[in-house]
Design a protein around this ligand. Sequence first.
Ligand code: FAD
Length: 472
Amino acid sequence: MRVKSRDGREVDLKLERASALKMRLRGPLLAPGDPGYEESRTVWNAMIDRKPALVARCLGVADVIAAVRFAREHDLLLCIKGGGHNIAGLATADGALMLDMSLMRGVWVDERRKMARAQAGCLLGDVDRETQVKGSAAALGFVSLTGIAGLTLGGGFGYLTRRWGWTSDTVAGMDLVAADGRLVRASDDENPDLFWGLRGGGGNFGVVTGIDYTLFEVGPEVIGGIVAWPADEAPKVLELYRSLAESAPPELTLVALIRPAPPAPWLPNEWHGRAIVALLACHSGSLEAGEKAIAPIKSFGRPIGDVLVRRPYTQVQSLLDATQPKGRRYYWKSEYLPGVEPALCDSMIDHASRIRSPHAAVILFQLAGALNRLPNDHSAVGNRDARYVLNITASWDQAADDGANISWARDAWSAMKSYSTGGNYINFQTADEATERLASALGGNLARLAEIKARWDPENVFRTNRNIQPVA
Ligand SMILES: Cc1cc2nc3c(=O)[nH]c(=O)nc-3n(C[C@H](O)[C@H](O)[C@H](O)COP(=O)(O)OP(=O)(O)OC[C@H]3O[C@@H](n4cnc5c(N)ncnc54)[C@H](O)[C@@H]3O)c2cc1C
């Protein structure tokens, strides 16, 4: 069978060798044509269409060790798939041996210690569901189908970030299969250099098999949801957003977006496809305080839809899922912002009016809070000056429309990038974003990451990621 070596050459792997790997695994080993292969090889973004030579669907740590050792022995290109949500398609590579972690989705909650241990194939919703049984939550992201591994290794933010920091700030430790096939622990006490790098440096250092999250009291009921107005109201709604966000308590996180209305049941049929401006909110503190905090939103103007209400936290965490299905074509451009200037709002409105598809949006996420209080070198993720995230999200159905949608996102980004902190989120980078975007995402922490890479993966076994070159 034809496979790719680590440096990208096509080489032959004898079938008996592949059979030997099969014998070493408890989970299935799939080749093109096998049932399940297509599901494993495809990722969220349909722009990415790659075919690994083999897929090892790992059932436990021993499978991960066997697959990493096999890849080393035979000099195979390795790729690792968590939730497969990375927009650049970093989970998959042509001709590679893929480690598909999606069968490893166990979650163990230790209520007394306020900790949850999650296997690395979990999606965010798996962790939320188990931790919410007793009203706890880990600080994860906004869409429940995203993988915890890629999100946490790249930093991670969501509705709880303003209270407790980047997702990676709330991690107490990780288990990892290193390039030499050893299982190691990374925490403040064990291999602290590795632990520092894993919190922001992505999958550069090994295959993470388990993550220990600190838990916080949240819900089970919170105030959450969305209110939408006609896009003509965008100047006033974005002004409301600016003033509320600047004075909001840490329990409240606000997201503003402009897009064509999706065909959602909470929006009147006659509005589907027409431009709207919306505020998404979650208040994770007491219900009474939450209701007070969102009152200015609920009483603002004449909304066309309002589903900002008391509801289970797990429901808030999956409100956006349907708008981001697997299998559409996606292209994003994103920047961290130090604040929201009125001129940026004008530019958002202008470029949103030129959206080329019913699924695209211009979005502002609020971050300011706990993450800004740690020093930039606390862990690799850095970007401690980020107070908002701007994300220009092109999303469409047909390959024939690639050019128009990508151009729209790039034009909007060109007009708005001057408002950036200079940093950007590594997990929002698209496939065409090259070395200088890696440097701006990791800033001054990149040099230390390169040294850690040289210690833990000098031969760059783990390279299908936002790759950090080892520098000894
Ligand atoms: C719809 C959508 C919503 C999103 N919302 C948010 C959000 O609210 N907050 C946020 O912070 N981010 C968000 N993101 C971005 C998200 O953090 C990244 O897409 C992230 O890469 C997803 O992780 P994954 O495991 O699904 O990725 P994958 O595509 O599976 O992998 C991404 C990278 O991580 C590596 N990797 C995966 N698993 C492992 C492992 N076990 N060990 C080592 N390396 C591994 C892969 O090799 C690859 O390089 C969102 C993305 C999408 C598509």
